[in-house]
Design a protein around this ligand. Structure first.
Ligand code: NDP
Length: 279
């Protein structure tokens, strides 16, 4: 696209949204790939979500990232959904094409790229524990199971939600859902993913300490300055590594950017730029 034409308009929509790093990340992607776009923020409480999305696309907007708490409602807005969005039952990326709204979910792919490419972790034949059974857990489950782990356990404060989620994905692999007091304690897991929002309250879910061993990668989907409550806890228990969700955030953004623009940005400079903030 010529740089003299009007830029294509993108934004992240959520509630709250002021804290979102998406404008920074997509701004860097656009510069790097020479794409003529603008990327803003739209704050929309649940009662205004559908109206704001409609207004954005009616006024020429091209694509939206959807964040908390709208990902499940966004499924209903997208007339066509990618298979991974369908599987997740959640949409984090919207795009308009020929006046029709399409929906995708890039969260799972973002996590897998961060784990396998940035952190060098091999998922095949591993034992994985997912703590949490909300929207994010649902989004990452299909892509994780597709990578061929030996076993996946999902544990949640509300145990029924974990059991239900495991049941929904049962055809895709060897998995089980349970409450915090039923977590398998015989030996540490290879990978423990905190997909709860407990870190946002500076809390650690009350899961057994025995899930973490000296070969465990502990990964918190939440991210902030320095350690999260969960990565701090995992390090104190001697985890081999403890990472927060910055890498997933950048990689899911890159997937969205690629879906919208057909150009895959290099995530490394963005991860480097964010590193200075993480400390
Ligand atoms: P949801 O609101 O859908 O789910 C929240 C989950 O956290 C539920 O399983 C809930 O359990 C559990 N939970 C909340 N508080 C506590 C607590 N104090 N103790 C134990 N469990 C708790 O949120 P999402 O799934 O959308 O998001 C989860 C996390 O993932 C957030 O921190 C979010 O920021 C992060 N995230 C990061 C991304 C990234 O790119 N890095 C992308 C997407 C999400 P219950 O069912 O019992 O209520």
């Amino acid at each position: 696209m010529s740089q003299s034409s009007e830029p294509d308009r993108y934004a992240v929509i959520g509630y709250p949204v002021a804290h979102s790093w998406s404008p920074f990340i997509h701004g860097m992607f656009a510069k790097q790939t020479n794409q003529n776009i603008t990327y803003g923020r739209i704050e929309a409480p649940p009662e205004n979500f559908e109206r704001e999305v409609a207004a954005f696309f009616q006024t020429g907007g091209k694509g939206l990232n959807v964040t908390v708490p709208h990902k499940q409602v966004a499924v209903l807005i997208a007339r066509y959904r990618t298979p991974r969005a369908e599987m997740a039952g959640a949409v984090n990326t919207l795009m308009i094409q020929d006046e029709v709204i399409h929906g995708d979910n890039t969260d799972g792919a973002g996590l897998i790229t961060d784990l396998t490419q940035n952190l060098g972790f091999k998922l095949a034949d591993k034992r994985i524990l997912i703590i949490g059974a909300g929207g994010a857990a649902r989004g990452i489950l299909g892509p994780l199971l597709s990578a061929g782990p030996e076993y996946v356990e999902i544990t949640n404060r509300n145990a029924d939600r974990a059991v239900h989620l495991a049941g929904e994905f049962a055809a895709l692999g060897n998995l089980r859902g349970c409450g915090f007091d039923e977590v398998t304690e015989s030996r540490p897991f290879d990978l423990v993913i905190n997909a709860t929002s407990a870190s946002l309250q500076d809390l650690v879910p009350p899961v057994p300490r025995s899930i973490i061993g000296d070969e465990t990668l502990a990964y918190d989907l939440a991210y902030g300055k320095g350690d999260t409550a969960f990565t701090r806890w995992a390090k104190s228990l001697g985890a081999a590594r403890a990472e927060s969700g910055w890498g997933m955030l950048v990689e899911q953004a890159a997937e969205s950017f690629f879906w919208w623009r057909g150009v895959r940005p290099d995530t490394k400079p963005v991860l480097e730029a964010i590193k200075t903030h993480k400390k």
